[in-house]
Design a protein around this ligand. Structure first.
Ligand code: HEC
Ligand code: HEC
Ligand code: HEC
Length: 429
């Protein structure tokens, strides 16, 4: 029998089939975008290391938990994971070997992701990310937290395992925003208060405490409910979009943990998606937690700072000598350059550690496409003593419309201990 054309083509077709990529370019690109929205790189990389190679130590109340290598390496990463195994890790907190993941991985939030988006993420992590054959340190917590099976009870009591349900009474814009915030954005993992077992107190916007403010390490995280009486009630839709895209707006500038969220995640999202997030946040009313603001209170501190008669060691004097050149006496800042200090969330936080950290270590805005200048606040750790910073922060927490408790030199010393010497001295002339 003479070989016919179809017989000759058959092996070729088989060859092509094994070479053809399992996922098309569009799916991989969608997965890449979702990985930005989910900020996977923030936890699964170390500064200066390869993206997604893991090894970052995340502090938890139970000890240090190391993120793992999620590149498609077959020896050190997740290269052998099936879609099902990837899904089990991402939405259910279960590793390929059946062990539970620690909830330092925000799977109770990612549980909201749609099947389609999990598939796209899988495509990206299998075929869009370069493999890195290097394992990071193993997580080794003390007893009883090294007993991963115990997390099953935690999951049973606290974890969310529901998919996102669009609200049919609401617009497509609202539902897109809700999905991004609840699911990939896992905003609640920092902005919702945590309970006794470190669980997010709510995973749903029907609860009043959802996005009402939380804590990450020493940083108090402000509430971001933008409806009437919410912490961001006086932010316009445009101001919210500007902040999410560029880490600054006419009212404030980002510092602390949120800087990386904007740099690596939110600044890469489309304007439509940021508008959806802003629209959604503006729909969440608060409970009167926002600070009451009055022009008279602003005027009173401004007049004090503008009058020359101030004793040398007072908080007002320390402010004028070190801060006034940039932040001015009226505390109103300058749009998109210097954040407003009057009514500022960081200054009014119950725990002053974040404020103390910014003064000792300085802060830098992220450089984004829309706002490339990475304006910085200098570090004052080398210049001001614990006593002086305590006096200054106590003044700031009572200045203009700010109303928060006094700060002691011990509070300052505790924060100073956590900051490396070279950071404290970064702006020493
Ligand atoms: C807030 C930090 C954080 C973020 C954000 C995060 N992860 Fe994780 N992830 C972790 C930690 C920590 C672990 C390891 C937990 C453990 O060992 O129990 C982990 C584990 C995993 C695992 C299991 C890997 C293994 O070795 O079995 C996968 C898969 C994973 N993450 C994927 C993702 C993806 C995809 C994203 C983005 C959509 C993401 N992670 C975002 C912290 C994070
Ligand atoms: C890793 C923790 C973390 C995550 C995740 C996170 N945030 Fe934040 N966010 C913070 C912290 C800390 C601040 C305070 C920043 C400051 O003091 O300058 C903040 C501030 C903000 C502010 C400004 C509030 C104000 O009063 O100045 C907005 C708006 C915001 N976040 C929105 C979001 C949205 C939307 C998401 C999810 C897409 C998100 N954040 C996810 C930690 C986080
Ligand atoms: C050279 C100008 C400059 C000086 C001097 C300066 N700052 Fe700043 N400050 C900035 C800039 C720029 C930012 C925004 C940085 C960022 O958000 O990353 C900032 C941010 C802040 C923030 C954070 C506000 C927020 O919403 O996150 C506080 C609080 C603050 N400064 C207080 C002070 C105090 C107190 C002093 C004096 C000890 C001072 N600054 C001196 C420029 C300055």
């Amino acid at each position: 029998m003479k070989p016919n054309l179809s017989m000759m083509l058959l092996p070729l077709a088989m060859l092509a089939a094994t070479e053809v990529q399992a996922f098309d370019k569009a799916t991989i690109a969608k997965g890449e975008y979702l990985s930005r929205a989910g900020d996977c790189v923030a936890c699964h990389s170390v500064a200066g290391g390869e993206p997604y190679a893991g090894g970052l130590a995340i502090d938890s109340p139970f000890g240090k938990i190391y993120s793992t290598n999620i590149t498609p390496s077959k020896t050190a990463g997740i290269g052998n994971y099936t879609l099902q195994q990837f899904d089990d890790a991402l939405r259910h907190g279960v590793r390929a070997d059946g062990g539970n993941l620690y909830p330092a991985m925000p799977y109770p939030d990612y549980a909201m992701l749609t099947d389609e988006d999990v598939k796209a993420l899988y495509a990206y992590f299998m075929e869009g990310v370069p493999a890195v054959d290097k394992s990071g340190p193993e997580t080794d917590l003390g007893f009883p937290f090294n007993q991963r099976w115990g997390i099953s009870f935690w999951n049973w009591m606290f974890a969310n395992d529901d998919r996102f349900q669009p609200d049919t009474q609401q617009s497509a814009l609202f539902n897109r925003g809700a999905y991004l915030v609840l699911g990939p954005g896992h905003c609640g993992s920092c902005h919702t208060p945590r309970g006794v077992a470190f669980q997010e107190k709510s995973y749903e916007d029907s609860a009043d405490n959802f996005l009402s403010g939380g804590k990450v390490g020493m940083w108090e995280v402000p509430g971001i409910r933008g409806g009437a009486q919410g912490a961001l009630a006086d932010w316009s839709q445009e101001e919210l979009i500007d902040y999410l895209a560029n880490g600054r707006n006419d009212k404030t500038a980002v510092a602390g943990e949120m800087t990386a969220v904007i740099q690596h995640s939110l600044s890469h999202l489309t304007r439509d998606d940021l508008a959806a997030i802003a629209h959604y946040l503006k729909s969440l009313p608060g409970q009167g937690a926002a600070l009451p603001m009055s022009a008279a209170a602003t005027q009173k501190t401004t007049a004090l700072l503008d009058s020359a008669k101030m004793d040398k060691d007072s908080g007002a004097r320390i402010y004028l000598d070190n801060c006034g050149a940039c932040h001015f006496t009226a505390g109103q800042g300058a749009a998109r350059v210097f954040p407003k200090l009057d009514g500022n969330a960081l200054i009014n936080a119950q725990d002053p550690s974040g404020l103390i950290h910014v003064i000792l270590a300085g802060a830098r805005m992220p450089s984004t496409k829309g706002a490339p200048e990475d304006l910085a606040m200098p570090a004052f750790g080398w210049r001001l003593s614990d006593e002086e910073v305590a006096t200054l922060t106590t003044f700031l927490r009572q200045a203009w419309n700010n109303r928060a408790a006094a700060v002691s030199a011990q509070d300052v010393a505790k924060v100073r201990q956590t900051i490396p010497e070279e950071v404290l001295n970064a702006t020493r002339p």
